[in-house]
Write a protein that binds this ligand. Structure first.
Ligand SMILES: [Fe+2]
Length: 261
């Protein structure tokens, strides 16, 4: 059987209109350019996995804009919230893309978790989310799993971002290890390419579709890297291949004097 092909796009930070910028980059333009690059790579028919911060400040218009673009492209897409999103506004405005928590794809399943907590930038799993994860993992016994969440459960070696690491990641980790078939965890939030291990589970963090953060930084700082995304191929034998691509022809430069977002 052929692989299940996925494209992860993350931290879109769309605003209430197509002109909104983050760190000097027009986030609508950068998102459209990423979609074009995915097409150019021959992956236009892949499932889009959108891992949070789809809006810059949970604007309903941003979700409607996204709903329109995805519908026009006739994309299959699944999503989860980040700290800049509001779940109820996503559900109300992504009308052609109802929330999916578990997605079955060939031999695989994808589990989409909510690591956001109202009023804080850092990650946290509520008791209800952990209960949902526990129940879902039981139901998915024996199936190879890809687990997606916005925040990172591991450190990325930037002081300010590591303060936003999911604070109760240990509880989920134990459940994932017990399920025994979790092949990878995939995240956004850190606006950079970072691959590591969470115990024995690979964790892949992905560049934003707009601006990137400077790696190994004590404080917020933007990097010169262009918009990016990740491709993932899930093979029927339970193995996975993945890689990150950056746009090589995006004309907008970020404003590196930007001090926050
Ligand atoms: Fe975020």
């Amino acid at each position: 059987m052929s692989a299940v092909r996925i494209t992860q796009i993350t931290d879109l930070h769309l605003g209430e209109n197509e002109q909104e910028t983050l760190g000097g980059v027009t986030t609508f333009d950068s998102f459209r350019s990423v979609l074009q690059a995915v097409d150019t790579l021959g992956r236009s028919d892949t499932l889009l996995l959108l891992t949070g911060d789809l809006a810059s400040d949970h604007q309903p218009q941003a979700y409607r804009l996204l709903n329109r673009i995805l519908t026009e492209k006739d994309c299959d897409a699944i999503w989860l919230p980040g700290n800049h999103d509001k779940l109820e506004l996503m559900q109300a405005n992504l009308i052609n893309y109802p929330r999916r928590r578990i997605y079955h794809a060939g031999e695989w399943s994808i589990l989409l978790l909510d690591s956001s907590k109202e009023g804080q930038p850092g990650g946290h799993f509520s008791d209800a989310e952990l209960a949902f994860a526990e129940q879902s993992l039981k139901e998915l016994t024996g199936r190879p799993l890809l687990v997606a969440m916005h925040h990172s459960p591991v450190k990325v070696n930037s002081t300010w971002l590591d303060r936003q690491q999911i604070d109760n990641h240990d509880r989920l980790h134990q459940m994932l290890v017990e399920q025994g078939q979790v092949k990878a965890v995939i995240t956004g939030h850190v606006h950079q390419h970072h691959d590591s291990l969470w115990g024995t589970i690979p964790v892949y963090s992905t560049p934003s579709s707009c601006v990137q953060f400077e790696p190994h930084s004590d404080d917020f700082a933007l990097a010169e890297h262009p918009p990016g995304y990740r491709w993932i191929d899930l093979h029927a034998d339970g193995t996975l291949q993945t890689g990150v691509e950056f746009l090589n022809d995006f004309s907008q430069q970020c404003d590196r004097s930007c001090v926050g977002y």
